[in-house]
Design a protein around this ligand. Structure first.
Ligand code: ATP
Length: 209
């Protein structure tokens, strides 16, 4: 199965591109959705987070207070590492299980939407091609300020906490320039899907099975 990574910067348009890939019939596994599933009340990760960060990150309905956790780890790299070491293995385990199911269903292509594909590095060994979604830093800032109600300062510090988007683009097999209209982005996505379907990795798999 051709496993493709989808990544980018905060607010660059990964979810937007993921829905366009789905419109083309491609299955997209979303790391953010999995992150929520593996931290539901009484899961292994939820229990460890409660032990490590205390009752203050648990809400009255027992769900995690994501905003509070995000604020705790944002300026504290050791706490961020502690949280990642609890949550990431659970995310990757579930992601690999979902990929295995798709493989057993003879799916030819699967896309994994992983915001921190390069920063965490773990899934790279399973991935044949990477799509990076790019827009300018100013567009990233404007979009996340509008979507999340961030101040300019908050938006800037969140952008700076990730790898520079240009660096991710250099390593990508495909770059989607999500700088213009959604229609323009959709055309690029459709062209990438055609290229993936005609790639030799895809055909190698089709000939074998
Ligand atoms: P995050 O990293 O926070 O998960 P993301 O990379 O998935 O974000 P999206 O949620 O797809 O990014 O897009 C961020 C915001 O920008 C959304 O509100 C979306 O509607 C808007 N947006 C995405 N692409 C465009 C575009 N081409 N033109 C205008 N707005 C856009």
């Amino acid at each position: 199965m051709l496993i493709v990574g989808l990544t980018g910067g905060i607010g660059s348009g990964k979810s937007t591109v993921a829905s366009m890939l789905r419109e083309c019939g491609i299955t997209v596994i979303d790391a953010d959705t999995i992150a929520r599933e593996v931290t539901l009340p009484y899961t292994k990760a939820w229990t460890k987070i409660k032990q490590t960060f205390g009752e203050e990150v648990i809400q009255a309905d027992l769900s995690l207070d994501r905003a509070k956790l995000a604020a705790i780890i944002f300026n504290d790299s050791s706490k961020r590492q502690a949280l990642n070491s609890i949550v990431h293995p659970e995310i990757y385990k579930r992601m690999l299980k979902q990929l295995l199911i798709l493989f057993l269903k003879c799916e030819k292509i699967a896309v994994v939407d992983l915001p921190l594909l390069y920063e965490s590095g773990y899934m790279l060994k399973f991935i044949a091609k990477v799509i990076v979604v790019y827009c300018s830093e100013e567009q990233q800032k404007q979009r996340i300020m509008a979507r999340n109600n961030y101040s300019e300062e908050e938006a800037n510090s969140r952008i700076k906490s990730q790898w520079p988007l240009e660096e991710k683009c250099k390593r990508a097999n495909f770059v989607v320039k999500n700088c213009g209209s959604l229609e323009d982005t959709r055309k690029q996505v459709q062209s990438i899907v055609s290229q993936l379907i005609s790639s030799k990795e895809y055909w190698k798999y089709r000939i074998l099975f």
